[in-house]
Design a binder for this molecule. Structure first.
Ligand SMILES: [Zn+2]
Length: 422
């Protein structure tokens, strides 16, 4: 028997099937949104049209929508309110990937040109790759730029009537996944009431990560590619045209390490021996919040990835190995540093490097995925950083080693180690 009669009898069943279809992101990984106006200005808005789930049916099996409507419309009553200014804010944190401003904002015909029908608008990409669009904004009210990181509730602009609009309102739309469209307000609210103003919990905070040093060569495996945890938040490509995993922020828990040198020197990172498409990213900033992308190597297939950069002494970098989509693979990560300590005009006796410090790898035991991926204790990560007291002997040892092993010995690999992966 065909299921068609059943669907006709219960028009919203089709929407339910969409939500429950296997293979879609689970609710845990979907982005949840707050109502996109400020706490002070939300009171001026009301629902005028929901997303059309098909057959002119809204999320609650009502008909408060119109054919093919891809977003939610929230009216604000009057032109006076628009003149006074009604804040539109980010419904969740993310990176701004598109803005448009300057269009006429008192459209009443529903077909004013500009902004692709959205008029003045802002588009944000969120943690799991979904995007949200804030459309028909007031002329010259857009207050963010492409590439900006915005927190949930941050001001984006003000409501207007630009683009395909017949009066002042906000068109809020989310894209990329069917599940998201089906309902991803953190608090939907009752029918025809506004969604809640509470923000979704921030995505994963920083996980403790271990240190990477000049001369290291690690054999490793990424067990947690972005496609599985949906929490990749970093990248080095143009936010306007890059994929959903390229955002300017590191939050863990990808396979990643801290790296710092004591010299201004050229450093080469090499990712080799892969069986899948892994990419290599270099970010700058403290472990828990490295948002500045230095550079990346994103060759396709299982080609080697190579990054060379001029490391600044004392600057903390984050090295990230990213599994693209389904990519899970063993790999070798090598770090080579090209710096030399300057000649000391007044040589003094150098302390001998202790056998234990020169023959053991640096915290390799800390680089198991279990530790990389568990917990959110940023303070723990920083506690493992060399304190000034610990740094001095390390400097002396490094200095002694570099005097013992001058440039003619290119093999500066301090250690070769294998990390057992679960
Ligand atoms: Zn709309």
């Amino acid at each position: 028997m065909s299921s068609l009669p059943l669907l006709r009898a219960f028009p919203c069943l089709s929407a339910l099937l969409l939500i429950m279809a296997p293979g879609l992101p689970s609710s845990a990984s979907a982005q949840s949104f707050r109502f996109p106006s400020s706490d002070a200005h939300a009171q001026y808005f009301y629902v005028t049209a929901y997303f059309d789930h098909g057959s002119l049916t809204d999320w609650s099996c009502g008909n408060d929508t119109y054919a093919g409507h891809r977003g939610n419309d929230f009216g604000m009553g009057s032109w006076t309110g628009m003149d006074e200014g009604r804040d539109i804010v980010a419904a969740a944190e993310g990176v701004v990937i598109d803005t448009h401003d300057g269009e006429f904002d008192q459209c009443t015909s529903g077909d004013c040109a500009g902004g692709g029908g959205f008029g003045n608008h802002v588009r944000i990409r969120h943690a799991n790759g979904e995007t949200s669009i804030y459309a028909h904004l007031k002329q010259w009210s857009v207050s963010v730029s492409i590439g900006d990181w915005v927190s949930c509730g941050q001001l984006l602009g003000q409501a207007g009537s630009s683009g395909y609009s017949t009066g002042p309102h906000l068109h809020f739309e989310r894209r990329d996944t069917a599940a998201a469209r089906a309902g991803s307000w953190l608090d939907q609210g009752s029918y025809q009431d506004l969604p809640g103003l509470q923000c979704d919990a921030p995505v994963a905070d920083c996980a403790p990560i271990s240190a990477l040093s000049c001369g290291d060569r690690l054999y490793f495996r990424n067990d947690d590619p972005a496609s599985q945890n949906l929490r990749a938040f970093y990248g080095c490509s143009d936010p306007a045209d890059s994929g959903p995993y390229d955002l300017y922020r590191y939050t863990g828990p990808e396979v990643s390490w801290r790296f710092a040198t004591n010299l201004d020197e050229e450093v080469s990172l090499r990712l080799t021996d892969m069986s899948a498409d892994l990419d290599l990213y270099l970010l700058r900033g403290p472990s828990c919040d490295a948002r500045v992308c230095e550079t990346a190597s994103t060759e396709g297939s299982n080609l080697d990835e190579n990054i060379s950069f001029d490391a600044e002494s004392g600057t903390e970098y984050i090295v990230v190995v990213d599994g693209w989509r389904e990519a899970v693979s063993y790999f070798t990560l090598s770090v080579e540093c090209g710096g030399e300590w300057p000649e000391d005009p007044t040589p003094s006796p150098s302390p001998e490097p202790s056998p234990s410090s020169s023959s053991t790898p640096t915290e390799v035991a800390d680089t198991t995925p279990t530790e990389v991926g568990s917990g959110c204790d940023c303070s723990a990560a920083h506690q493992t950083l060399p304190a000034p007291v610990l740094l001095l002997p390390l400097l002396l040892i490094l200095r002694a080693r570099r005097q013992i092993e001058p440039r003619q010995n290119p093999d500066r690999e301090r250690a070769t180690s294998q990390a057992a992966i679960r």
